[in-house]
Design a protein around this ligand. Structure first.
Ligand SMILES: C[S@@+](CC[C@H](N)C(=O)[O-])C[C@H]1O[C@@H](n2cnc3c(N)ncnc32)[C@H](O)[C@@H]1O
Length: 209
């Protein structure tokens, strides 16, 4: 049963990666439009901006190796990373809360989760993560940060009461300027340890034992 479900997820992920090959062009067009102002999520309403296949496979391993169940994701986009999370939590008996600001993206992601047969594992919250996750009061085993970088710190601080000794925070785009500032702040806190991966594109934050 799990195998056929895994195949269905795998097929959907492959189709989405195929569709995402036009992302570079879309990103360039959006960047050109926003020369005179900071780029905003809406500028990328048609772009996947997804994690790589290698990162996704690594996330699945991280979940299964550490038996992570309760996952929270900031930044769903069209759902590629969420589907990798689903591949992991199917094995551990867990589930996912994911949140996306742009309604049309969330809608498409929900369709993709249905197509992959994993809707029952995923709760999609549409809106600003600072609102949709505001009253979260359940233990978080895995937090995936992959939304707008200026929110990494406030969101981390807001969700911190839900962390426990085995929580893993997966920080994507760790090499971006704003993320580096966030990581410097977290690095000053003796509670946490930071482990770079993928040549610094990703950093894992864990609780010091
Ligand atoms: C890098 S993309 C996420 C890619 C996705 N995790 C993947 O790998 O397939 C970032 C997403 O975060 C969303 N986002 C930006 N600000 C947000 C906010 N305040 N709350 C929720 N989502 C937000 C953007 O609309 C965008 O779709």
């Amino acid at each position: 049963m799990i195998t056929s479900q895994q195949n269905q997820i795998h097929t959907t992920i492959s189709e989405l990666f195929e569709d995402s090959k036009y992302d570079k062009l879309k990103i360039m067009k959006s960047a050109a439009k926003s020369v005179f102002r900071a780029m905003q999520p809406l500028d990328f309403k048609n772009a996947y901006l997804s994690i790589s296949k290698e990162q996704g496979e690594d996330l699945v391993k991280l979940i299964t190796d550490n038996k992570l169940k309760n996952s929270v994701e900031f930044g769903t986009s069209f759902g590629i990373s969420t589907l990798f999370l689903a591949q992991g939590v199917i094995e551990t008996g867990g589930h996912i809360i994911t949140t996306e600001l742009i309604e049309s993206k969330a809608k498409k992601a929900i369709e993709n989760f249905e197509r992959a047969g994993v809707s029952e594992l995923i709760e999609v919250r549409v809106g600003d993560a600072m609102e949709t996750l505001k009253n979260h009061d359940k233990p978080i085993d895995l937090l995936l940060l992959d939304g707008w970088k200026d929110l990494y710190l406030p969101l981390f601080q807001m969700l911190e009461p839900n962390f426990h000794s085995h929580t893993i925070i997966y920080v994507d785009n760790a090499d971006m300027k704003e993320t580096k500032t966030f990581l410097e702040t977290i690095g000053e806190n003796s509670t946490y340890q930071l482990q770079p991966k993928f040549n610094g594109k990703v950093v894992l934050i864990t609780i010091k034992k």
